[in-house]
Design a protein around this ligand. Structure first.
Ligand SMILES: C[S@@+](CC[C@H](N)C(=O)[O-])C[C@H]1O[C@@H](n2cnc3c(N)ncnc32)[C@H](O)[C@@H]1O
Length: 219
């Protein structure tokens, strides 16, 4: 993703609170845009549907309002959605009653080891401060069962602090490594990269480039 405009974080406070408050405000608009369709996200959701048997355990990190991804996954799998924004998680609980939801910061989450067949993180790890991303990948490795997969979209370019004052109507924060560094971080966490693909897409009229990865905890 190209930088959207750099500002000092001092003006905005804790980045996690900024992200939560931002999605509290813009979540409805974000969801409306997400519901317009996203071929790459659909392709990666279908990859999970194609690989896992019914009843598999799936963790959706940064699930937003649960629409459309969590809802699609929950038709076949036992899904736990993790979300920072209290407004978005309430929407998700309403929209996807057959999934479970936890309001939490994914980078500070403690879950049982080896308890998921897949971890999904679409456009969410890009909001986690760089300093916490390696530990997050290590946690994801530990939460996956052997043979389990991480399917995620990460950033394509590196930027430690990237703040936009008006993202869909509220201030927003991103933090990211470049694609090669992210690939290495996944390997350092013990995951085997099956696929890593740079994809350019347009979101709300803005061209964005992300690194889409499928990474596997070795059996
Ligand atoms: C761009 S939206 C993507 C939502 C959904 N995954 C999708 O693809 O439509 C990013 C979501 O991740 C959530 N998020 C960001 N940082 C998070 C964190 N540290 N822990 C949990 N959720 C987080 C945001 O609140 C937001 O709902």
């Amino acid at each position: 993703m190209e930088p959207r405009g750099i500002s000092g974080l001092d003006d905005y406070g804790d980045p996690t609170e900024l992200v939560a408050a931002g999605y509290d405000r813009v979540g409805e608009r974000y969801t409306a845009l997400a519901m317009q369709g996203n071929e790459t996200k659909a392709r990666h959701t279908n990859l999970i549907l194609g690989r896992l048997p019914d009843g598999s355990d799936v963790l959706d990190l940064g699930c937003g309002s649960g629409q459309p991804t969590t809802a699609i996954l929950a038709r076949r799998f036992n899904v736990i959605g993790v979300e920072l924004s209290s407004v978005q998680i309430e929407r998700a609980r309403e929209a996807v009653p057959n999934a479970r939801f936890v309001q939490a910061d994914m980078s500070r989450l403690e879950l049982s080891l080896c308890s998921f067949d897949a971890v999904v993180a679409f456009y969410s790890i890009i909001h986690v401060p760089r300093a916490r991303q390696q530990a997050l990948f290590e946690s994801i490795y530990s939460w996956l069962r052997p043979g389990g997969i991480l399917v995620a979209s990460l950033a394509s370019t590196g930027s430690e602090i990237d703040i936009e004052e008006n993202y869909l109507g509220a201030p927003m924060y991103w933090s990211s490594f470049d694609a090669e560094t992210s690939r290495q971080m996944l390997r350092d966490a013990g995951l085997e990269l099956e696929r890593a693909e740079l994809v350019t897409q347009t979101f709300d009229g803005v061209e964005e480039r992300h690194l889409w990865v499928v990474a596997r905890r070795p059996s």
